[in-house]
Design a binder for this molecule. Structure first.
Ligand SMILES: Nc1ncnc2c1ncn2[C@@H]1O[C@H](COP(=O)(O)OP(=O)(O)O)[C@@H](O)[C@H]1O
Ligand SMILES: [Mg+2]
Length: 257
């Protein structure tokens, strides 16, 4: 029996064999306002309230209090859980850029996760991280480029360096024994599934959230682009955000007249 981590999103788990694979990495991507953060908060809320798990939420965009306030609207009191030691929310202000030499935000994320040992981990989101290039010496250290490439640093574009930052993060997440959700964002009309264009290949699973601003009955939806080791639905799943959070409907239910 393969261990699964139910997401707690009504309607979703039965379509993915019960939940995410334990210790897997899922990329949740989509345009702003599609429900990525709410989905992820629901995932960790479910883990801690239903399975008594420890959960960690690294926010790189919003302050912890703002995330807590948003979650409270859905009845998820993470502040209380943090006081009990079951949750740990951490805000990393990447714009400050005051890290000691040789230390990256990816290192800090790894250290936080290694210390707290969460069962479920969310990173919201990769976007600021992808604006922070990784030093070339580190690329060599992590074996991401060889010594030969180091001699020709001008050939390593800044874009590649930022991608490597995400590469490093995903590699480190592999070593942390927890089920992770990482959030990214897709620019409009992009052919890629994430902004960094790397995470979609490195993640075990990719979920896309969509929002069509047209006057339809249901204009939010979700698609599962891939899910390793899982027979998953290929349907466009109608999605709803209510005061209880995110829920998924069967296509035939949503389009029934
Ligand atoms: N109580 C609510 N009921 C219905 N929809 C809501 C509610 N609260 C927020 N939303 C919707 O959720 C969106 C924000 O979701 P969020 O997860 O923060 O998006 P993302 O992280 O993808 O940018 C808002 O734009 C709004 O449309
Ligand atoms: Mg968000």
């Amino acid at each position: 029996m393969i261990a699964r981590e139910p997401t707690g999103v009504p309607g979703l788990d039965t379509l993915i064999e019960g939940g995410f694979l334990k210790d897997s990495i899922t990329l949740v991507s989509g345009s702003p306002g599609t429900g990525k953060s709410i989905f992820s908060q629901q995932f960790v809320w479910h883990g801690t309230t239903k399975y008594n798990q420890k959960v960690m939420y690294i926010t790189l965009e919003q302050r912890v209090q703002d995330v807590w306030n948003q979650a409270l609207r859905f009845g998820w009191d993470f502040e209380k859980l943090q006081k009990r030691g079951k949750a740990k929310f951490v805000f990393m202000d990447i714009t400050q850029r005051k890290l000691p030499k040789g230390v990256t935000y990816v290192d800090l994320i790894r250290d936080e996760a290694a210390r707290f040992k969460p069962d479920r981990l969310v990173i919201d989101s990769l976007v600021p991280l992808a604006n922070f290039p990784i030093p070339i010496e580190e690329l060599v250290e992590y074996g991401l480029i060889g010594e030969f490439d180091k001699l020709l640093p001008q050939q390593i574009s800044e874009e590649l360096q930022t991608r490597m930052q995400v590469h490093k993060l995903m590699t480190l997440l592999r070593d942390v024994e927890c089920t992770s959700v990482v959030i990214s964002e897709i620019p409009r009309n992009s052919e890629w599934l994430s902004r960094d264009t790397v995470s979609e290949f490195m993640a075990d699973s990719v979920i896309l959230m969509h929002y069509l601003g047209i006057g339809a009955t249901s204009n939010r939806s979700m698609t599962i682009e891939k899910m390793r080791g899982t027979k998953h639905t290929e349907d466009v799943l109608p999605l709803e955000i209510t005061s209880k959070g995110v829920s998924v409907h069967k296509p035939e239910e949503a389009y029934k007249v």
